[in-house]
Design a protein around this ligand. Sequence first.
Ligand code: NZQ
Ligand code: ZN
Length: 381
Amino acid sequence: MKNFVFRNPTKLIFGKGTIASLGREIPEGRKIMVTFGGGSAKTNGVYDQVAAALAGRDYIEFWGIESNPKIETLREAVKICKREGVDFLLSVGGGSVLDGTKLIAAAIRYDGDPWDLVLDGRLIGEIVPFGDVMTMPATASEMNLNAVISNKATKEKFGMRVDYPRFSILDPQTTFTLPEYQRACGMADTFIHVMEQYMTVTGESPLMDRWSEGILQTLVEIAPKVLAEKDDYDVMADYMLCATMGLNGFIAMGVSEDWATHKIGHELTAIHGITHGHTLAIVFPGLLRVLKEQKKSKILQYGERVWNITGGSEDECIDRTIAATENFFRSLGLKIRLSEMGVGADTIAEIERRFNERGAAYGENGNVTGEVARRILEEVM
Ligand code: NZQ
Ligand code: ZN
């Protein structure tokens, strides 16, 4: 097991009717900005619950933080926060609204262009405190310090580290209105978050392996119900908790991490706008094929424990395991080839170029370079 430090200060408030407790979590006397996405909060009743919980408090609303939050939109929010003296932020929506809110929180006390903070996290100084009502299981942004911010003008998308939410309120009932495609992408995202921390080397921590496999098995088990039964509370509660546990630092204790699938996926979103979780479902099987020697022992363990794949040669087991993974993504209703998404060789060349330009060396062995990324993408053409 590798050395590690674990600290996660987010207060997780989980369950039915928990939005009503919101007022108690925000200190009195604060000027609050409540941030939203494109309108789902209005149509699913979350807005009304938030407004009721904030009755009598001094708050303003900012609407329109889009999926893959854009720096162009966030700059506007930062300007308003500075003008109005906002000193607490509340995000209401999915991971995009929350990631955008994290960037706003870091930029309020910064004098330069907020995009500087995305490019160079060392510029981040004082961060305005923030909390959230999370309505979409996927990113675990509700319990981690990451934000992923896009730039419309330059077609770039980068992850950064900001801070943890003070509190996160998760009422699984808020997810009942999620469209099927978002459910599918959210499950794919959660699945790959676990993989990024699990599909590396064997033997570092049997305990963390079992936690990761437990999340993967739970996702496989509940996926058909998450798609078919829109308002099954217990199913959505388990899905929500899988998503949070998938990227709150817990399963990363003492183990190697990969993250190359995410790095490549971000480029597909930046260039083509493909939904985040969907990009991962496309890229990951290609990564397993290209790095199958390096990851051999872990792929075999994963195949046996998650998909009951045993017998035959090691190569056969690996092929069947990758096929089972692809079938899982297909069963979510996702296309898993670049050609099906209208992505061509020019995009692959552009991603290789971008990786080379920034001297990319991703993955647990630092060997996913531009050239390797190209081979991964060619596998899933
Ligand atoms: O904008 P609104 O109208 O709110 O609609 C959203 C959006 O269209 C809708 N939605 C959210 N909750 C809903 C709902 N619709 C009906 N009912 C509800 N309860 O769903 C759509 C997608 O929302 P979005 O927030 O974009 O999805 P997600 O939570 O998957 O966030 C994606 C972003 O997070 C980043 C991704 O790269 C992407 O930019 N990630 C953030 C991470 C983190 N902070 O740790 C890690 C991830 O790997 C990921 O990169
Ligand atoms: Zn992700």
